[in-house]
Design a protein around this ligand. Sequence first.
Ligand code: E4P
Length: 217
Amino acid sequence: MKFFVDTAEIDAIAELNELGIVDGVTTNPSLIKKSGRDILEVTKEIADLVDGPVSAEVVATEAGAMIAEGRKLATIAENIAIKLPLTWDGLKACKALSAEGHMINVTLCFSANQALLAAKAGATFISPFIGRLDDINLDGMQLIADIRQIYDNYGFETEILAASIRTVNHVTEAARIGADIMTAPPEVIRKLAQHPLTDKGLEQFLKDAEAAGIKIV
Ligand code: E4P
């Protein structure tokens, strides 16, 4: 499973990138707002920092304007994936921009039919939002499973990018189902390393090491 980081915070991306676990980055207008940075400037910095795809989202809603924005975003760097919302106009823009050879991340996907359309329109990535479905008492993980089955049934190459991941269990479940990629905030990725029995075990080992006077260097 590939790991994307869902943030526009350079320091957090850099720290995770040093560990070699960052396969890409996703941003959206809310994350850009949170960073307080100019979209073109911060996206360029991120794209220079990581080797994988960096998603940058359009803000237009009409296909022609989305295409113009997408083309502009794509000039930032070679590894930009243009992020388009899953609307009818977004699908039109997806078709046009993917035909030009751009990577496209179709975002705000909440149904299997939407995912089917995005794949047929040439999306590189489909982003089903797990957490936001769970927020309204629907089953976000079932959506990942449905899309996995449908894409496998017909051999679609669009990669399933499990998004809106809020918990470590979301990561486990998405990986079990076979999502190609997950994108999560840095704090969720850091939590993947945590386990109370690891902390407890280490505490005991350190006590015993001290009692035994173990010194290595
Ligand atoms: C994905 O590309 C989105 O930026 C993100 O995962 C949305 O997550 P949220 O629902 O926690 O805002």
